[in-house]
Design a protein around this ligand. Structure first.
Ligand code: C2E
Ligand code: CA
Ligand code: CA
Ligand code: CA
Length: 278
């Protein structure tokens, strides 16, 4: 009991601060959704490692908090997921990203749009109909839309998730597994998923340079992915050496600060107009 008391006294202040902040951010995120001028999408190019051209972008959500400035999605996305706000937030992202994609298509810019989708959103029965309706409204070809779903979450509720993924695949959207390698996808499960793209997590990209064994693991992922007809993209490429190594290992596409950081649409438009090659 004495010890318990000590532990309690020790942990309580930190826990309270943490909970208070979460509750505060949740309320403020709710307000931000009512006044989305605080929210913005940034876009990060995806590069074809063979040709060096930009073939697509990933939409990444930014929250400009009125007092705190930029708050990282690493902090507010989990809060949005726990509170259920992710459904409205995710819908806002879909609308914005598809509107932008439609603008590019009208301007004759041929790039794909990758959108992060949380599993909560995926398991909400309306997602596929909603994306289809938005795509039809905006006259978007579904295969230009890539949906990224994080690996660790995919393996949790496989039955329902496979059903949701199959509906999206049937509708013509491209599906990608994000942070690949950090979860526990077995080969047989991977074969059963209607997923076209594997995105190798940036932790592998970092370690592959320092550690031969880690580079072999990356090679195994790439070879295995190719044997299952998947496209392989690596995220978090920051150096020329990392790009060279991944290209040698057979990786198809890359993304990372070496090429470009996530940026507002005006900057990306400039980059696209310059016909940037890497
Ligand atoms: P993610 O989907 O794995 O996105 C990659 C993260 O790595 C992004 O962080 C990106 O800015 C960052 N990054 C890109 N290139 C590099 C690099 O070369 N080096 C390093 N160290 N990092 C790089 P960001 O934008 O802070 O997003 C963090 C996470 O928040 C995302 O991870 C994703 O899981 C989530 N997220 C962001 N936007 C959305 C969204 O619209 N919906 C959902 N559900 N999740 C989102
Ligand atoms: Ca992603
Ligand atoms: Ca990642
Ligand atoms: Ca992630």
């Amino acid at each position: 009991k004495d010890e318990g008391g000590n532990c309690f006294r020790f942990f309580q202040p930190a826990m309270t601060t943490y909970m208070t902040r979460r509750i505060k951010l949740e309320q403020e995120l709710r307000q931000a959704l009512a006044d989305p001028s605080q929210l913005r999408l940034f876009y990060q190019p995806k590069v074809d490692l063979g040709s060096g051209s930009i073939i697509g972008v990933e939409a990444l959500l930014r929250w400009h908090h009125p007092e705190e400035g930029m708050i990282s999605p690493m902090e507010f996305i989990p809060i949005a997921e726990d509170s259920g706000l992710i459904l409205d937030l995710g819908d806002w992202v879909l609308v914005q990203a598809l509107e932008q994609l439609s603008r590019w298509q009208r301007e004759g810019v041929a790039i794909g749009m990758a959108i992060n989708v949380s599993v909560k959103q995926l398991l909400h029965r309306d997602l596929c109909d909603r994306i289809l309706a938005l795509s039809q409204q905006q006259d978007i070809a579904p295969d230009a839309v890539q949906l990224e779903i994080t690996e660790t979450h995919i393996m949790n509720d496989m039955g329902r998730i496979i059903a949701a993924l199959c509906a999206l695949d049937k509708a013509g959207f491209t599906l990608a597994i994000d942070d690949f390698g950090t979860g526990h996808s077995s080969l047989s499960r991977l074969r059963d998923l209607p997923v076209k793209v594997l995105k190798i997590d940036k932790s592998f990209v970092k370690n592959a340079m320092r550690d031969k064994k880690e580079a072999q693991i990356v090679k195994a992922i790439i070879d295995m992915g190719h044997s299952l007809d998947k496209t392989i993209i690596a995220e978090g490429i920051e150096t020329q050496e990392q790009m060279q190594l991944l290209t040698e290992l057979g990786c198809d596409e890359g993304q990372g600060y070496l090429f470009a950081r996530p940026m507002p649409v005006e900057e990306l438009d400039l980059l696209l107009r310059q016909n940037a090659q890497y």
